[in-house]
Design a protein around this ligand. Structure first.
Ligand code: FES
Length: 165
């Protein structure tokens, strides 16, 4: 009989969870790996939400309260933004080279918000991530959970205008 406990299931089938699971596995699922696991989630998704914290807690066999505690204690972690829409601009190397900086400038000039900020009407939160796992599609943006590839400034502003309706 195996003593291994069942592996928790990631919140969805997004392939970024594979990277995070691999990080936790590399750390032997030790609880000191918590901060690194949370960094992994933030780098891949741009922020931490309840489903991701629950997955990390189950993977590391820690109480959810501890994961929440760490995530809210350290200012380096960004909890799920309060905007009705979330636009995560990937600023990893591949995306940066292909113009992610320009996308951030375009958003800033249209909406007046930078990564980490939400428009005053709470319609849009802008975030950045360090690699959303779609380097072949650089520059990539994740808009309300959907990965958009080879994004240009005009494309992005048009998509944002569409979701505003
Ligand atoms: S660097 Fe942007 S998807 Fe990998």
């Amino acid at each position: 009989m195996s003593l291994q406990r069942a592996k928790p299931t990631p919140p969805n089938d997004d392939k970024r969870w594979k990277i995070i699971t691999a990080t936790m596995r590399r750390n032997g699922y030790a609880d000191h790996a918590l901060i690194e696991a949370l960094h992994g989630v933030q780098d891949a998704f741009g922020y931490l939400d309840e489903a991701s914290m629950r997955f990390v807690a189950e993977s590391l066999d820690l109480p959810l309260s501890k994961v929440f505690g760490v995530a809210t204690f350290y200012h380096l972690f960004m909890l799920k933004p309060k905007g009705r829409h979330a636009c995560v601009v990937c600023t990893g190397t591949a995306c940066y080279i292909k113009g992610a900086g320009g996308l951030i400038e375009d958003i800033e000039s249209r909406y007046g918000v930078n990564p980490g900020e939400t428009t005053p009407d709470n319609a849009l939160s802008v975030l950045s991530a360090r690699c959303v796992g779609a380097c072949g599609l650089a520059p990539a943006v994740v808009l309300d959970g959907t990965v958009l590839g080879k994004v240009t400034g005009p494309d992005l502003l048009a998509r944002l205008k569409e979701i505003e309706q």
